[in-house]
Design a protein around this ligand. Structure first.
Ligand code: GDP
Length: 284
């Protein structure tokens, strides 16, 4: 994985006009990011690196406890990732199909990432936000509790596939665990599982089932905190420290750095896009 190779330093974004000059050359492929760069410095930092923003509330000697810079891409990398997620004639981003069983899953050879989490955690909103540069993509939602929930497959050009897994928790159908378990166990092109946790309530009992599955199948997975616009900075920091402790003491396959997003303010979305592009081999 090229993650460790991407430590050019977010700080550069805020100090070097030369970087902005280089970035302007990327504008034709990532208009949205070019607009983001016009934001005032503090707003920009909050939008791109929401957890680095809360780090300031921690005493300096405790800052090393936060693993916020393991994946710390340069502005150029973020801009490149943006172009992967931008729908064009040559980069079609579209819904492929849905499946309730693995033998119905499309046989796509490209790398795959999946999103999993409790119902209502903000999964469809996050996927919509990630696909905001492809507004014609319809993220299908089955909201009726107890109804058959499906795995939905979306193709991102020739780069990778995104799989929206059914939400678990409240009145999940009986065959749900089988479907998810079989997918996680058998999908050989699955590169990363993104496990969504609501930043307001933290890890819940039902999340442990998903965590145990990822651990049992030795999958590399990443925890993403959702709805961070609803949490105060203090609460968010407390959740991050608690979950990081859980990750370092109780898990093997979970990436030590947490990602934090808001589908409302768009905080953390650009960084997450960049991470996805990286783990699917699209930033090499
Ligand atoms: P899903 O069941 O996991 O797909 O969850 P949804 O994406 O449908 O979101 C569940 C509820 O949370 C909806 O009312 C969303 O509007 C709300 N929601 C989702 N993401 C966010 C967010 O980032 N911030 C806020 N404030 N609300 C959100």
């Amino acid at each position: 994985m090229a993650v460790s190779g991407l430590r050019l330093g977010a700080e550069k974004l805020f100090e070097m006009p030369a970087v902005l000059g280089r970035l302007s050359r990327c504008q034709s492929t990532s208009q949205a990011f070019a607009e983001v760069l016009r934001l005032p410095k503090q707003q920009l930092r909050k939008l791109l690196y929401p957890l680095q923003e809360v780090e300031r509330y921690l005493a300096p000697d405790r800052r090393q406890d936060l693993h916020l810079r393991i994946f710390n891409p340069s502005p150029e990398d973020i801009a490149r990732a943006e172009s992967v997620f931008k729908a064009t004639e040559h980069n079609r981003i579209e819904y492929v199909s849905s499946a309730i069983r693995m033998d119905h899953a499309p046989d796509l050879l490209r790398p795959e990432v999946c999103f999993i989490g409790r119902s209502n955690v903000g999964k469809s909103s996050l996927i919509k936000a990630l696909f905001s540069l492809a507004p014609e993509v319809e993220v299908r939602i089955s909201k009726t509790p107890g109804h058959t929930k499906k795995m939905n497959f979306f193709k991102v050009g020739k780069h990778f596939t995104v799989v929206d897994m059914p939400g678990y928790g409240f009145r999940a159908p009986e065959d749900f665990a089988d479907m998810v378990e079989t997918y996680l166990k058998e999908r050989s092109n699955l590169r990363r599982t993104f496990l969504l946790v609501d930043s307001v309530v933290g890890i819940q009992k039902t999340d442990n089932i998903a965590i145990e599955m990822c651990e049992e199948f030795a999958l590399p997975y990443v925890i993403v905190l959702t709805k961070i616009d609803k949490s105060s900075k203090g609460h968010l920091l407390k959740q991050v420290l608690e979950i990081q402790k859980f990750v370092s003491t109780k898990t093997q396959g979970c990436f030590p750095q947490l990602f934090a997003v808001s589908a409302v303010t768009f905080s953390g979305i650009h960084l997450l896009r960049c991470f996805i592009a990286n783990v699917t081999g699209n930033l090499d």
